[in-house]
Design a protein around this ligand. Structure first.
Ligand code: PGA
Length: 251
């Protein structure tokens, strides 16, 4: 199981800038035993794909998807539409969607299930807020989020999803979680996954997100039970992101 680093552009880079990013990133040397994906805005996915050409990295990811494949859902984009574009991974339940757009655990679960059925691997984002952490509820909150999100997902031997642990207070704050705390939380998540999926849980990558940068990436990725990273701010500059990917693997 390769570690994976997913760039989360959030609402940056329309098609023109997305194409320029990929052209610049294609010049970056990437470690062989690392998978790299880029979660671009819907409207920029075709430009990313076209600019990639035959390049194998980064792999295409989306930032959200609806839970139905077609219908009267104005403004939504479905898993099968994303599949047509060659999308391999799709974030669901990112903290910004939960807190700004009001996404609930139920919605996240429906989206994750629909993506799996369409053949796209959901990247299920979970994480406690600062208040929940201060009250000592972090593990309880995250355990529940994971349990609910994977309810409708089937484990058929191969990894049915990726889980991204992103403490809300660490996102975009410049204050990452300590590698020690990430390890503890990832262990907790793995235990939840084992109950649901049995031994298949060992093949599920649990990645960390929240103020990951070139200086701390190696520490996270060499921590037990941390199988990759979701990178926001530090993915916006293609050369700096290339550097981050190289820094993720011990030399
Ligand atoms: P950040 O964002 O790396 O800028 O903290 C991570 C994320 O929101 O996925």
């Amino acid at each position: 199981m390769k570690n994976i680093i997913i760039a989360n552009w959030k609402m940056y880079y329309g098609p023109v800038k997305a194409g320029a990013w990929v052209r610049a990133f294609r010049r970056e040397r990437l470690p062989k035993d690392l998978e790299v994906a880029v979660a671009a805005p819907f409207i920029s996915l075709p430009a990313v794909r076209a600019t990639l050409g035959r390049a194998l990295a980064p792999v295409l990811a989306a930032q959200d998807a609806f839970w139905a494949n077609e219908g009267a859902y104005t403004g939504e984009v479905s898993p099968t539409m994303l599949l047509e574009l060659g999308v391999s991974y799709c974030l669901v339940g990112h903290s910004e969607r939960r807190h700004i757009m009001g996404e609930t655990d139920e919605m996240v679960a429906k989206k994750a299930r629909a993506l799996q059925l369409a053949g796209i691997s959901p990247v299920i984002c979970v994480g406690e807020t600062e208040v929940e952490r201060r009250r000592g509820n972090s593990k309880k909150v995250v355990r529940q989020q994971v349990q609910k999100a994977v309810e409708g997902i089937k484990g058929d031997g191969k990894a049915p999803a990726i889980i991204a642990y992103e403490p809300v207070w660490a996102i975009g704050s410049g204050k990452p979680c300590s590698a020690y705390d990430a390890r503890e939380m990832h262990e907790t998540i793995r235990t939840v996954l084992k109950k649901k999926f049995g031994s298949t849980a060992d093949a599920i990558r649990i990645i960390y997100g929240g103020s990951v940068d070139t200086r701390n990436i190696l520490e996270f990725l060499t921590t037990t039970d941390v199988d990759g990273a979701l990178v926001g701010g530090a993915s916006l500059d293609p050369r700096a992101f290339g550097l981050l990917c190289r820094a993720a693997v011990p030399s």
